[in-house]
Design a binder for this molecule. Sequence first.
Ligand SMILES: Nc1ncnc2c1ncn2[C@@H]1O[C@H](COP(=O)(O)OP(=O)(O)OP(=O)(O)O)[C@@H](O)[C@H]1O
Ligand SMILES: [Mg+2]
Length: 390
Amino acid sequence: MSTLISLTGNGEWAYRLEEIAADSHLELEWIENETKLFEHLTAVAGNCVVLLPNINFVDVYSICSKISQSFSTTPILFVFESKDGFDMKRAMRAGADDVIFLDNHSSKIQEDLRHAMNKRDALQQKQPATQKNAKVITVASTKGGVGKTTVAVNLAVALAKQSKRVAIIDLDLQFGDVSLFLDASPRRTIYDWVKEDQEGKRIEEYLTLSKQGISILAAPQRPEFAEVITGNDVRRAIAALKPRFDIILIDVSSHMGEIGIVALESSDEILVMTYMDLPTLKNTKLLIETLVLLKLENRVRVVLNRQFTVKGLSINTVEQVLGLKLFATLPAKEKLMTTAANAGVPIRVSQPRSRIAKNFTNMADVFVRTDVRSSKKNPANIVTHAGGHA
Ligand SMILES: Nc1ncnc2c1ncn2[C@@H]1O[C@H](COP(=O)(O)OP(=O)(O)OP(=O)(O)O)[C@@H](O)[C@H]1O
Ligand SMILES: [Mg+2]
């Protein structure tokens, strides 16, 4: 099946168009409004045919111009009831490829749709192969509420600001809240992808684009759907996204099962989150020991979150207990962080000058420097300090 997308319209003509598309074995998806249309086009990298029906109150010529400027290889077809009211000159200037007149015979409309799909296929094939090979970064902790999601989303935003194409996979499959932290409303999730796209070829269609330009493979809408997803699905999802992004961030649940292990094993970098209290430090030590058993210790970077002065517990003590140097420290900023989480706007966006936002930028800087891991002189545990002790 191939994909046609159209701005939603009501009425007989919409049903007719749907029937014609189905007869041609083409999938037709209706999109609510212009904003959602652009989100969809970004998610599928323009790989579809756009139908622009001449609906009341919508300036199809202007939408067409915007699409053709941003997605030059996407065929655009106007849909008009008849030749009345259609302005050929404006359509050409706006960059439209063709127009469908609904008073034509169905076979003629089918032919126009097929022609557009063929053009799309030819144009997409001509695109230079710009395959990427994303760096995979998992944010982990074996204790809940230590700041995994906070770090994942802020790091994602900081990396996107450095013009990196960034995806987040929300592998907190039961209670994931990455979308909430980024004020995004996923229509499809990893659950839908696993159910519907066995070959993994269309994974873009299951991503949700956040306002900050982050592509989210969201956690299932309901906790019970999590059971369907296997470690192998996670491996497939990472493999499908790697050629399409520069960075893939993975937010895992603090319950370390098969899904979490697969994420860790697939990662180039593992950010282990910790706090300055003994129960959390004890848990962190156990996680690090597990990572040593899995032979993943070279990928570990420890992030101390909510840092504040604690009597009898210095940063040196933390490093001694864990046997690792800290990669970054993040200050405790209760009010700022709660406001950010409630508004769905990461602190890196809402307060870019704050110290904590700068720490995220510094962490991102380390990850975009490609040589950090490859240099043998720079063992993973003694890494560039991204946060700065207070
Ligand atoms: N440095 C910080 N200062 C103050 N509050 C913070 C800080 N980091 C995170 N928080 C807050 O702590 C809470 C838990 O953070 P977050 O949801 O990121 O943790 P988590 O590890 O993902 O939790 P879970 O295990 O439940 O998924 C959130 O309300 C967040 O705003
Ligand atoms: Mg979380």
